[in-house]
Design a protein around this ligand. Structure first.
Ligand code: ATP
Ligand code: MG
Length: 571
């Protein structure tokens, strides 16, 4: 491709609307243009890179035996009503005004519809179907370029199995393929266990890239072996101590004392002798959650423990049920207070297991109870891991202290189970002729996101630094000093030779821009090798090669140029 006639509208200045490097560089390198907020046009250079990513994804999906299909973006709204996802997606779902259709944000429903109509026996499974297709999501504030678009390409695949073991196999195949895809795309990534609570699945992992542009928060051990979304991350922290003897319950007056720090100071006791109470709604019931000291309750963990949506209780309702305000509430005698408080569930964080001589609220403003023995003085309905880990705590696998970092999700693999088959009635006959719901998995990769993440990880102050795997062109041929006929002819000949040899070459043959301008553009566009044809070197029978990544400059004999390039394409 020639830069003189090609459509690669580069921009010198950093666009003001772009905050993250990949967004800035994709605009500056003429790869994309925003048509509307979160809606991007891919221009020729951007599309070439995108196709490279799609090709790698296709090869690895084909390699695990997945079959490519292509589903429509428009989807009947009834399907989404039946699975309850019109409500679940809420504002994210794009509705069509003049027909009962939605623009699909993902395709579980449509896959399930296909399965329902065409899979009737265990003999027809397993199946793995995938597509690379446009998804629509009305993301609230898309401001990270193609990293979070309102329209984006997703590689989504789905597995259909007749057994849970079968689902494990399909899931593991995807996990392996995903690892290969991201390695081939030159991405540094890590895999995290993710919360699958509200989605009702049985297992899920996210493939993440560490980046300040990310919206997920992840705990990573210092040896990188342990990584988990903070929604489920755990750490090695000791529990509250248990004394050989439990002291007698004692009510103490604590005027105006509310927070854990205040109570610890006022009563001169250690924070790991304090049980903090927080009260939540879990659907229509109430739950009192006991946390040790200043430990932070993790709502995602609470939701998994309860198996229900949770939300903090309102202050008035709290007073009505407990007789006290936040800071003076506790587990002892709570259920006996009013007929309504009988229904209280009381659960505690694992760190409080078997704890005694604890202090907590007395369910009366300005009073606390000391010497509480959780086993003696109240009935705890269950102990769960409910706390949010903190930076610096030891990783659960002993892999060093945890760091808390931000990450972007590149891909997600998910054991859905029978949720969709149950909702849409996708059934098959098993070996015994018994009707069973089809067991599904779903697996996604954001294609533009792979590209943007690649640029996030591979750039410098001058521009993009493409890895060979995704580079739109392997070589950027630059003709320097085009006033000279010798240079023009030599670069033209080299361009012809290289394209005939099958190399991907971007040829800067422009005669109306300065060499400095061409070099700047070449660094901005970021092809792995710059082949620089200039008068001085030509006179010595040489051509200069600049390696974009290292800045290394090599002078190659004109006669041996193709040979040299061939060795670079292959290595
Ligand atoms: P996120 O938490 O980043 O919103 P998600 O959990 O909504 O992601 P999934 O529904 O699992 O994502 O979609 C599968 C993949 O599609 C994601 O791993 C991500 O790579 C990509 N993806 C999701 N939303 C977008 C978007 N708005 N723009 C670009 N890619 C996206
Ligand atoms: Mg999302």
């Amino acid at each position: 491709m020639r830069l003189s006639s090609g459509f690669i509208p580069t921009v010198k200045e950093t666009p003001t609307e772009a905050v993250i490097p990949s967004h800035q560089l994709m605009i500056r390198a003429g790869m994309v243009r925003a048509l509307a907020a979160g809606v991007y046009a891919f221009l020729p250079l951007g599309y070439r890179a995108l196709k490279k990513a799609m090709e790698i994804i296709r090869q690895e999906m084909d390699a695990i035996g997945a079959q490519e299909l292509h589903l429509p973006a428009l989807s009947p709204i009834e399907l989404w009503e039946e699975t309850g996802r019109v409500k679940a997606f809420g504002d994210i779902l794009f509705h069509v005004k003049n027909r009962p259709l939605v623009l699909a944000p993902t395709h579980e429903e449509v896959i399930c519809w296909l399965a329902k109509n065409h899979i009737s026996s265990y003999k027809q499974m397993p199946q793995m179907w995938y597509q690379i297709q446009t998804k629509f999501r009305n993301e609230p504030r898309p401001r990270s370029g193609v990293l979070r678009g309102r329209q984006f390409l997703m590689k989504d695949s789905y597995s259909l199995d007749s057994s849970w073991q079968g689902l494990d196999v399909s899931y593991d195949l995807h996990a392996e393929a995903y690892g290969k895809i991201f390695v081939r795309c030159g991405l540094k990534f890590f895999v995290v266990g993710a919360s699958s609570g509200a989605m009702g699945g049985t297992g899920s992992q996210e493939f993440m890239m560490e980046s300040d542009a990310g919206e997920d928060v992840i705990a990573v051990s210092s040896d990188n072996r342990y990584a988990a979304n903070v929604e489920i991350a755990t750490s090695r922290v000791p529990g509250a101590p248990r004394d050989p003897e439990s002291g007698p319950l004692k009510e103490v007056h604590t005027p105006g004392i509310r927070t854990i720090d205040e109570v610890a100071d006022f009563l001169n006791i250690d924070q790991n002798r304090l049980a903090k109470s927080v009260v939540y709604w879990a659907d229509e019931t109430h739950v009192l959650v006991l946390m040790l000291g200043n430990d932070e309750l993790n709502e995602a963990k609470l939701m998994s423990a309860m198996g229900k949506e949770v939300r903090p209780i309102e202050a008035e309702r709290l007073l009505e049920l407990t007789g006290a305000e936040g800071g003076s509430i506790g587990p002892v005698g709570l259920r006996e207070r009013t007929p309504a408080s009988k229904q209280f569930k009381i659960i505690a964080d694992n760190r409080l297991k078997k704890a005694n001589n604890l202090t907590s609220g007395a369910n009366q403003n300005d009073y606390h109870l000391m010497n509480i023995d959780l086993e003696r003085d109240c009935t705890i309905d269950g102990y769960y891991d409910l706390r949010t880990i903190q930076e610096g705590e030891e990783s659960p696998d002993g892999g060093g202290p945890l760091r808390v970092v931000k990450g972007v999700e590149l891909g997600h693999i998910f054991k859905l189970g029978t949720k969709y088959a149950d909702a849409l009635g996708a059934k098959f006959l098993d070996e015994n002729g018994k009707e069973q719901p089809i067991i599904m998995g779903s697996y996604g990769i954001g294609v533009e996101r792979v590209l943007a993440c690649h640029i996030e990880q591979n750039h410098d102050e001058n521009g993009i630094i493409w890895d060979k795997s995704l580079a739109p062109f392997m070589f950027h041929l630059i003709s320097v000093g085009t006033k000279s006929k010798q240079v023009r002819d030599a670069s033209e000949a080299i361009y012809q030779e290289m394209t005939a040899a099958g190399f991907e070459v971007l040829f800067d043959d422009r005669t109306d821009v300065s060499p400095g301008f061409k070099f700047k553009d070449a660094d901005l566009l970021g092809m792995p090798y710059q082949v620089i044809v200039g008068e001085k070197n030509l006179a010595q029978g040489k051509v200069e090669i600049k390696v974009r990544k290292t800045g290394e400059r090599i002078f190659v004999e004109r006669e041996r140029l193709l040979e040299y390039e061939r060795s670079k394409v292959g290595d």
